[in-house]
Design a protein around this ligand. Structure first.
Ligand SMILES: Nc1ncnc2c1ncn2[C@@H]1O[C@H](COP(=O)(O)OP(=O)(O)O)[C@@H](O)[C@H]1O
Ligand SMILES: [Mg+2]
Length: 252
């Protein structure tokens, strides 16, 4: 062991500013955010509705561009990439889970999971996919279509798909937003297991303290600024922190 260890960040932004629109109607969604998302950890981005959580995630993941500042995946600064290289980076190094499961209805569960690798023309690793299928508990559903699954099962397929190509980081935006609390809990446990048992990196946007409590660390946004970080969160601690956001009322 070395004494001075520096944290390796799977993704991050420095001095990130994002302005939507211009003139009187301009909205400063990110107002100078610097944050790194450590590799091999599960980080939750928390904050009231409109605080910039989705904007931060989209810019960090190369789905949107910053007005100023820099976004990184590993050591790669996204702003230096042309469209083609950015598309390849998203395909090869990032996985996504969205609130709407976004599965392809005509494909089976197995085909949906391997879709990113098939599109990339990559054989990937059968063993890896096999292990994933067990982690997400879908072995007996592999030949079903999404319409034959519950919402929770569909989101578990989306989680497996996100990890299929062994991306550097998986970004999830309100992944439990369409699920009841039991199915949501299963999906959150699954994200946690992927990080802890399979050495993956997850960055999850949520407004739900119970969801945030599944993470190793919570970063708090308010009005487009990073206002706090919390290690080893519990739902109660996160809720208390959220209540302290002045004049913001309850998170929504
Ligand atoms: N495409 C857009 N055009 C204009 N304003 C936007 C757009 N996307 C988000 N915003 C605004 O930016 C702010 C932050 O939004 P968002 O990142 O979606 O917040 P959160 O995910 O925390 O709810 C909000 O004021 C929102 O209305
Ligand atoms: Mg959002």
């Amino acid at each position: 062991m070395t004494t001075a260890t520096t944290t390796r960040h799977a993704a991050g932004v420095t001095d990130a500013v994002k302005v939507y629109g211009s003139g009187d109607t301009a909205v400063r969604a990110l107002d100078g955010v610097s944050v790194g998302f450590p590799a091999g950890r599960f980080t939750a981005i928390m904050g009231p509705s409109g605080s910039g959580k989705s904007t931060l995630m989209h810019c960090a993941a190369g789905l949107d561009t910053l007005t100023s500042g820099a976004a990184y995946i590993g050591d790669t600064e996204l702003g230096t990439l042309d469209d083609r290289r950015l598309t390849l980076l998203r395909r090869d190094r990032i996985g996504f889970v969205f609130q709407a499961f976004n599965l392809v209805p005509t494909l089976t569960v197995a085909e949906n999971i391997s879709l990113p690798m098939d599109l990339a023309g990559s054989k990937g690793s059968r063993d890896w996919i096999d292990a994933l299928v067990d982690v997400v508990g879908l072995r007996d559903r592999l030949h079903h279509r999404p319409s034959e699954l519950s919402g929770g099962q569909q989101q578990r397929v989306a989680v497996a798909r996100a990890f299929a190509g062994r991306p550097d980081v998986v970004f999830a935006d309100e992944p439990t937003g369409n699920l009841d609390s039991r199915s949501g809990g299963e999906v959150l446990n699954l994200l946690g297991r992927a990080v802890r048992q399979m050495d993956r990196t997850v960055v999850m946007v949520t407004h739900d303290p119970v969801a945030a409590a599944h993470a190793d660390e919570v970063v708090f946004l308010a009005d487009g600024r990073l206002v706090d970080r919390m290690q080893s969160p519990t739902a109660d601690k996160v809720l208390d922190r959220m209540k302290a956001f002045d004049g913001k009322g309850a998170p929504s």
